[in-house]
Design a protein around this ligand. Structure first.
Ligand code: PAF
Length: 291
């Protein structure tokens, strides 16, 4: 496996692969890899000749009070995990390679970024779409892989790709959970044992909400209330948002119907965790992927 640290090195690597007629899959990450990232790699491996993973903790997607400087980093461990998953090359640039002195250009998707995580993290998605556009331009992949856990991020990137005509197919991969249901996240590392127990309430609340909808409840406010009660019963939790939204537009629903996104962001101690679940409510029957 190659470690590439400059844009020029990526261009050389990609040009060779292209000359040999190879397809390229990109797995963009911020590192500190876990099984969720490795499931993206597995999918990329199935669908492409060459798999490139980027590892870059992107400063432009963190707010001034957020955890950019303490975000977990361990390139050596990541390299071992990536090699084990048969990644062909890692692109791990220093910040100055991506944002040199005088950097002034940003990409912004409107609308979809103003709700849910976008409402509580102003500027976050602008940073994400900017760095992802740069990665697409640098790597020029045929396909790029994103986790369903960041559902809104995947929707925003799909819209950007459509609106700006990036010649890349966006593939989303299901959430990977710990055995007890906690969605895998590099930020789980921050949790104390008590906080980790509290964090299990996120997935419980999603299943509770989905169960209530399945039993016939169609008022979004009633579903949100039940989920809120489940979360606030746990120590050290503070709700950022609980949303019952249209899964395509991400706009809040009053009356539940169609493809529905149940999503939440909850502070557990000083760690902000997100999770979500998609339901299909059709002919008054609700279907969702119960695990
Ligand atoms: O999901 C992430 O890890 C990041 O937001 C991404 C897509 C790698 C952009 O920095």
């Amino acid at each position: 496996m190659k470690l590439l640290e400059t844009i020029e090195a990526v261009h050389n690597y990609v040009n060779t692969a292209r000359r040999l007629g190879r397809s390229i899959g990109l797995v963009p990450t911020m590192g500190y890899l876990h099984a969720g990232h490795l499931s993206l790699v597995r999918k990329a491996r199935e669908q492409n000749d060459v798999v490139i993973m980027s590892i870059f903790v992107n400063p432009t997607q963190f707010g001034p009070e957020e955890d950019f400087s303490r975000y977990p980093r361990d390139l050596e461990r990541d390299q071992e995990l990536a090699a084990g998953a048969e990644v062909d090359a890692i692109f791990a640039p220093p910040v100055a390679e991506m944002y040199p002195e005088g950097y002034a250009t940003y990409v912004q998707v409107e609308g979809l970024t103003e709700v849910l995580c976008g409402a509580s993290r102003p500027g976050h998605f602008r940073g994400v779409t900017t760095v992802v556009s740069k990665l697409f331009n640098i790597v020029q992949p045929d396909r790029a892989y994103f986790g369903q856990k960041d559902y809104q991020q995947a929707q925003v990137i799909k819209r950007m790709v459509r609106d700006l005509n990036f010649p890349v197919e966006i593939i989303t991969v299901p959430i990977v959970r710990e055995a007890d249901g906690l969605a895998m996240s590099s930020r789980n590392k921050y949790l104390t044992p008590e906080q980790r127990r509290s964090a299990l309430a996120l997935y419980r609340a999603l299943n509770l909400g989905a169960g209530i909808i399945k039993s016939g409840e169609r008022r979004a406010a009633a579903v949100r209330k039940a989920m809120e009660t489940e979360i606030t019963a746990q120590p050290q939790t503070r709700i950022d948002y609980i949303a019952v939204s249209d899964a395509d537009t991400l706009q809040p629903l009053e009356e539940i119907a169609g493809r529905v996104l149940l999503a939440l962001a909850v502070w557990v101690g000083n760690t902000r965790l997100i999770d979500n679940l998609i339901l299909e409510v059709k002919d008054d029957v609700a279907h969702y992927d119960e695990k």
